[in-house]
Design a protein around this ligand. Structure first.
Ligand SMILES: O=C(O)C1=C[C@@H](OP(=O)(O)O)[C@@H](O)[C@H](O)C1
Ligand SMILES: C=C(OP(=O)(O)O)C(=O)O
Length: 427
């Protein structure tokens, strides 16, 4: 598709759509709790709809309305053996967290996904879940889909995560809730803690001391209403767009500001961006606020170490930001980018090079020399929603025409993205 003509500025406000990670978890916890859970501001993106469809096949009654989702949970024992395969579509979060839930259920289920899911590593969850006692098989000894899970009685484990991954942590926590005793999970670096917060919200018990998490097995959870905060990973595209399109001012409302997710705010500030946060007063289980962002002069920075999990999904759009900064930006310690929807080191570098950016891949990240003007070309999302949105934002500052192929991938996490973007453009 041909994208938007270069705007004179971006002006206006956006009510940021619901957080993807929290939307997935609200369905999962709602499904295994007892009682009716109502979720508002649920993200109606393809990934979260895949989670709903999997739980419907597991016998959970879920009513999807225009602006909310109602889940009738009957506890873990309310889940039944599915007659059909469970299709997670493009969603890594769905397959990994669902594996943790199914590990403790005494029935058989087969999990499949799309072409991209078929290339993403599953041993990271299959390994510890097998150690706890689940019977899991799959292609290449369980490394890839299709996965076949026959759950059952689980023993607790003490598990040090070999990679900083909220998906692996959460899969083990879901299994631990069903185990015969106390499980300990130790993280190498702090990752998003939505699962831990939501257990408490559903009346469960979880203890956290530094990087160690302790979960007692045999817990039963009680339904809770959830209002999902806006997704900072979606807001990120507008934080960057308004920073680099001249004369812009954009207000992003209802942005989730969980400190395990706000790495991009630190990077923006380090690079000299103009971002103002007004934290909302709320009783919510997740912090939320509004962010005003204005165009600014940016300088390069180094992004590495323990901030990486706090901005892992924002690296594609941060790479675009860096092309507009003076000086060099270096991104390190981001090997995990290689096992996302695409190899995001390769796809970011390849597509931004097509626009004339000075960017090279390294083994664990990329090096970007800023200040090179970008010019239009035919680019491709490679079926990766975050690459698609990054390239759509690039079209705002490119000279000439940018054509984005496979733009439909964007509906995985942000179905109203183009509506929101064109609503801000001023000519
Ligand atoms: O737990 C989650 O909701 C997610 C965790 C991250 O993945 P990893 O745990 O694989 O790093 C992130 O990239 C993904 O978009 C969502
Ligand atoms: C990596 C992502 O999601 P998932 O792992 O759930 O597919 C993402 O949304 O950028």
């Amino acid at each position: 598709m041909k994208l938007i003509d270069t705007p004179a500025s971006l002006q206006g406000e956006i009510l940021v759509p619901g957080d993807k990670s929290i939307s997935h978890r609200s369905v999962m916890f709602g499904a295994i709790a007892n009682g009716r859970t109502t979720v508002t501001n649920f993200l109606m993106g393809d990934d979260c709809l895949s989670t709903i469809s999997c739980f419907q096949k597991l016998g959970v009654h879920i009513d999807v309305q225009k602006d909310k989702v109602i889940i009738e949970g009957n506890g873990l024992d309310g889940l039944i053996e599915p007659k059909e395969v469970l299709d997670v579509g493009n969603s890594g979060t769905t397959i990994r967290l669902l594996s943790g839930i199914l590990a403790g259920r005494e029935f058989h289920a087969t999990l499949v996904g799309d072409h991209s899911i078929g290339k993403r590593p599953m041993t990271r969850v299959v390994g510890p879940l097998r150690t706890m006692g689940a019977k899991i098989d799959g292609r290449n000894n369980g490394e890839f889909t299709p996965l076949s899970i026959r759950g059952g009685s689980l023993e607790p484990i003490t598990y040090e995560l070999p990679v900083a991954s909220a998906q692996v942590k959460s899969a083990i926590i879901f299994a631990a809730l069903q185990a015969n005793g106390k499980t300990t999970v130790i993280e190498p670096l702090a990752t998003r803690d939505h699962t831990e917060r939501m257990i408490k919200r559903f009346g469960g018990k979880i203890d956290i001391k530094d990087k160690a998490i302790y979960i007692e097995g045999g817990q039963s959870l009680t339904a809770a209403d959830i209002h999902v905060p806006g997704d900072i990973s979606s807001a990120a595209f507008f934080l960057v767009a308004a920073s680099i399109v001249p004369n812009s001012r954009v207000l992003l409302k209802n942005v989730g500001l969980n400190p395990t997710r706000t790495g991009i705010m630190d990077v923006l500030k380090n690079m000299g961006a103009s971002v103002e946060i007004s934290q909302n007063e709320s009783e919510l289980f997740e912090p939320v606020g509004d962010i005003t962002v204005r165009t600014s002069n940016l300088t390069g920075t180094v992004i590495e170490g323990d901030i990486i999990p706090k901005l892992i999904d924002e690296i594609p759009i941060i790479a675009l930001l860096a092309t507009q900064a003076s000086g060099t930006t270096v991104i390190k310690d981001a090997h995990e980018l290689k096992v996302k929807e695409t190899n995001r080191i390769d796809t970011v570098v390849q597509e931004l090079q097509k626009l004339g950016a000075d960017i090279v891949a390294t083994d664990d990240g990329m090096v970007i020399k800023g200040g090179t003007p970008l010019s239009g070309n035919v680019v491709n999302s490679h079926g990766d929603h975050r690459i698609g949105m990054m390239l759509a934002v690039a079209s705002l500052i490119c000279e000439g025409e940018l054509t984005l192929e496979n733009a439909e991938a964007i509906s995985v996490s942000y179905p109203t993205f183009f509506e929101h973007l064109t609503g801000l453009t001023q000519n």
